[in-house]
Design a binder for this molecule. Sequence first.
Ligand code: NDP
Length: 316
Amino acid sequence: TRPGVAPLIELNDGKTIPSLGLGTWLGFTKSGDRVPVNDDSVQKAVELAIDAGYRHIDTAAVYSTEEQVGAAIKKKIEEGAVARGDLFVTSKLWNNNHAKSAVVPALKESLARLGLEYLDLYLIHWPIAQTEHSAYADIDYVETWQGMMDAQAAGLAKSIGVSNFNVTQLDRLISMSKVKPAALQIEVNLNLQQTELLNFCKAQNIAVIGYTPFGSLFHGKAAADAPPPRSDDQALLKIADRHHKTVAQINLRYLIELGVIPIPKSVTKKRIEANIEVFDFQLNQQERDVLKSFDKNYRTIAVTQWKDSPYYPFNK
Ligand code: NDP
């Protein structure tokens, strides 16, 4: 096993986070259903990732992959490949547990599925609260955050943060709470470069974790209306050739140079290994200008089914 290859970044609470992680959400099928989680592909992926030098793994209660992530970590620790303290494990609170008193119990359930005693980072997955039956619940995320602070005080989560909050929501949370989020996880990719949130988080010293980092780069995943580029884009291929890298690696490197911590998901050995080989080269300004030109404020994960919630974070 190789040592972790992604440099560590310091968080505003004094902890550190590896600057690239592995995503473990299996996603939706073309027809919009959740990909069933009925094999051990995620466990295998996490084992391969740890062998390849990943030390940061991203999961969530709602992904149904926490057990597999935990099984892989257990195996790698037993093998002596890594120690728990070398790893950075993130999970997320689902919308049905937003009551202040529900947060710690939900986190304990995630820990039980993962077989861990603590998380490195626990995130509020969405600012939107729902009931068990997916109706909207009238719970302010500021209340939910009180439960997150309890979880951190109990040592169950070393760091706490939020996901899918907009600038207004984040600013309001900060002004109304004693603990500032250590991290914000949002969609960031070539079509959605998030300049406003990145600038806000930089000024507030909040780390930005970028989900769906490939956006619509791959033909198999891109919606018909998604703006370019695809992975066979001539300008991107030229940049990739110049650095002896793939277009996927150029995409990830660009996000890192924007100050984002990408969490690419793959269950494919060669891709898992390639996606972390992005710390041995740098893009120049002219190349970054080409990559900037694809920024179209286009969202891959829009969750328009929640657009009527008063807490919906995105432009309608
Ligand atoms: P990604 O942008 O990571 O894309 C994943 C897809 O890209 C998979 O189909 C994968 O295929 C393919 N792929 C990966 N690497 C390569 C490569 N080098 N070349 C070609 N294809 C490649 O999308 P995700 O939506 O999965 O986002 C990443 C992670 O972010 C999630 O897994 C999850 O952990 C997190 N997330 C968080 C959200 C939130 O609300 N906070 C929302 C969405 C995601 P294959 O696996 O078959 O190799």
